[in-house]
Design a protein around this ligand. Structure first.
Ligand code: HEM
Ligand SMILES: *[C@@H]1O[C@H](CO)[C@@H](O)[C@H](O)[C@H]1NC(C)=O
Ligand SMILES: *[C@@H]1O[C@H](CO)[C@@H](O)[C@H](O)[C@H]1NC(C)=O
Length: 502
């Protein structure tokens, strides 16, 4: 039997809990930022998180519509993420120094690579500048070896007969091709023909993404611990270091013998990395740096390339105009970087794929490193996770005409004659309105290489094959999983050899 005193006790307990709960909610440092997709009340936010993993696209579209140019927040399982859009906010964020907003710390928050990666790689991330500057500068010199690699790798992975059509899983085929062409430039011959190395280079990103899916189930405070005891990526890094060891040892001994330069010194990323490290740099540091590069380069490029090719197959009326353009350009310029720059229609196809679909709903990932106030007056406490709603920007009717239409030549038409438009609407140009490579300080440093590699690969395919959609001829669309836009792994295409005229 409940007496009055204990009834009152229980009641006071419940009331006290409710009051504390509301105070905690009201005092939450992100309280002032509107919430989308759920209630911001503690616990109820988990309902929002569940909704987000299934319906991120709709949730972000709602936020973008309701709060144009203003920040809004969305609940994830483990934390809140603040999303921004609009020229002023994005310009503000992209200009902030690393001490205020960090890209690498935001990657670390989700991936926890520091527990498996050699600390000197991220401690001194010079590879970003090497990729942006040196790799981009030598593109004219290295294009012939990329092309040579493609000429072997493409027929090997797309063995189209001259009679009859052959059905191929495009994502798989182009992944091998990109891995091999990239490896030629990253680690050179003969490693770029070593199937075991190529498997490790491809698998590492897959393992890290699996690790990330595991980590996503844990609160932020436990992620470091979990990644220390469980990681698929760690094994991949250990085996890659073993695999790269003979090559790295050999190059180091050449340097001991010859100093800075020697006849036939390799001109690849691995060599530039070795040259930039301390003389006594560990094998693991050099090897992990190569693997971080593979992680950033291979899947992004192969997915963009294969999904653009699938899109082209969905629009067969666009194949002939592109074929004519690349034929003409190759005839004039050969398989050079100068030729790739003149392929406006192909450039536009790749750019339109990234605008219309792309690989992610958001970019410009940042972690706020100290309490600060954005230019619009929004206060962000240290530790806040920040992203830009790039997908919604790319689908905004005020920015792009008929944004839902996939229009392969949208950007080549816009390039027109004026000097500025020529630069602005090419694939590698980033802006507040085009962010598949991010924007600003941390915009993808590999995009110049990627654009050239992808154009050479697609040109070779377009000139040497006829192709159309496989299966029942209907496109298989992507699935949306959280922020990721995942291609349908079953997408196939039919290929038939054709005689290239150049
Ligand atoms: C189509 C292919 C590619 C796409 C779509 C892509 C996309 C991106 C994006 C969205 C970012 C983050 C930018 C931000 O959020 O601010 C990034 C960063 C990066 N990318 Fe790429 N990328 C591609 C190819 C490559 C290639 C080929 C390389 C290497 C050769 C590369 C190396 C990197 C590196 C090292 C970073 C980190 C930059 C930093 O920390 O400042 N990427 N990329
Ligand atoms: C993009 O194009 C605009 C307009 O020509 C130019 O001002 C800007 O510097 C370009 N940005 C990049 C990253 O190439
Ligand atoms: C791909 O095909 C497999 C086997 O037919 C099927 O189980 C799977 O659901 C398909 N995946 C997608 C995303 O359609």
């Amino acid at each position: 039997m409940i007496d009055t005193a204990s009834f009152l006790n229980v009641w006071t307990g419940v009331a006290g809990f409710v009051v504390l709960y509301l105070i905690a909610w009201r005092l939450h440092p992100l309280y002032h930022i509107p919430t989308v997709g759920s209630s911001s009340l503690p616990l109820l936010s988990y309902i929002g998180a569940a909704k987000f993993s299934r319906n991120a696209k709709e949730v972000l579209a709602e936020g973008y519509r309701k709060y144009p140019g203003k920040p809004f927040k969305v609940a994830m399982w483990d934390r809140w993420v603040v999303f921004i859009s609009g020229r002023d906010l994005i310009e503000d964020v992209r200009r902030r120094p690393d001490a205020e907003m960090s890209f690498s710390e935001s990657v670390e928050d989700t991936m926890q690579l520091k527990h498996i990666m050699d600390p000197d790689v991220m401690g001194n991330p010079f590879h970003i500048d090497t990729i942006r500057e040196k790799l981009t500068r030598v593109l004219p010199t290295i294009m012939p070896s990329v092309v040579e690699e493609l000429e072997q790798a493409i027929p090997h992975n797309i063995p189209g007969a001259s009679e009859g059509w052959v059905e191929i899983n495009v994502l798989g085929a182009l992944q091998h091709i990109v891995a091999r062409a990239s490896a030629r430039v990253f680690v050179g011959l003969p490693l770029c023909h070593d199937e075991e190395y190529l498997d490790l280079a491809v698998q590492f990103a897959i393992d890290v993404m699996k690790d990330k899916d595991t980590l996503d189930n844990f609160p932020q405070s436990m992620k470091g611990f979990v990644s220390r005891i469980y990681s698929l990526g760690r094994r991949g890094l250990r085996r890659s270091a073993e695999k790269l060891k003979p090559t790295i040892d050999q190059r180091k001994s050449m340097a001991e013998k010859w100093g800075d330069d020697w006849p036939d010194k390799p001109n690849d990323l691995l060599q530039w990395y070795i040259d930039s490290e301390h003389a006594d740099a560990k094998l693991k540091t050099i090897s992990d740096r190569v693997m971080v590069t593979n992680f950033a380069a291979i899947h992004t490029s192969s997915l963009s390339g294969s999904l653009s090719l699938l899109r082209l197959a969905e629009h067969p009326e666009c194949i002939e105009p592109i074929r004519q353009e690349v034929e003409e350009v190759i005839r004039e310029e050969g398989w050079t970087k100068a030729a790739m720059a003149k392929m406006w229609k192909l450039d536009s196809l790749l750019k339109e794929f990234q605008r219309h679909q792309g690989l992610s709903l958001a970019s410009l990932s940042r972690r706020v490193m100290k309490d600060l106030t954005l230019r619009d007056g929004t206060f962000l406490p240290e530790g806040t996770a920040l992203l830009a709603t790039s997908y919604d920007i790319h689908h905004d009717g005020d920015i792009y005409e008929n944004p839902e239409v996939f229009d392969p030549f949208r950007f080549s038409r816009m390039r027109g004659d004026s000097g500025e438009d020529r630069v602005k609407h090419q694939l590698v140009n980033t802006s507040v309105e085009y962010m598949p490579f991010g924007h600003g300080k941390h915009a993808c440093p590999g995009r110049f290489f990627a654009a050239n590699e992808l154009k050479a690969m697609l040109t070779y395919i377009i000139l040497n094959y006829d192709f159309k959609l496989g299966g029942d001829g209907r496109p298989l669309g992507p699935t949306f999983d959280g922020l990721s836009i995942l291609p349908n792994p079953n997408a196939t295409m039919m290929f038939k050899k054709r005689e290239s005229k150049v």
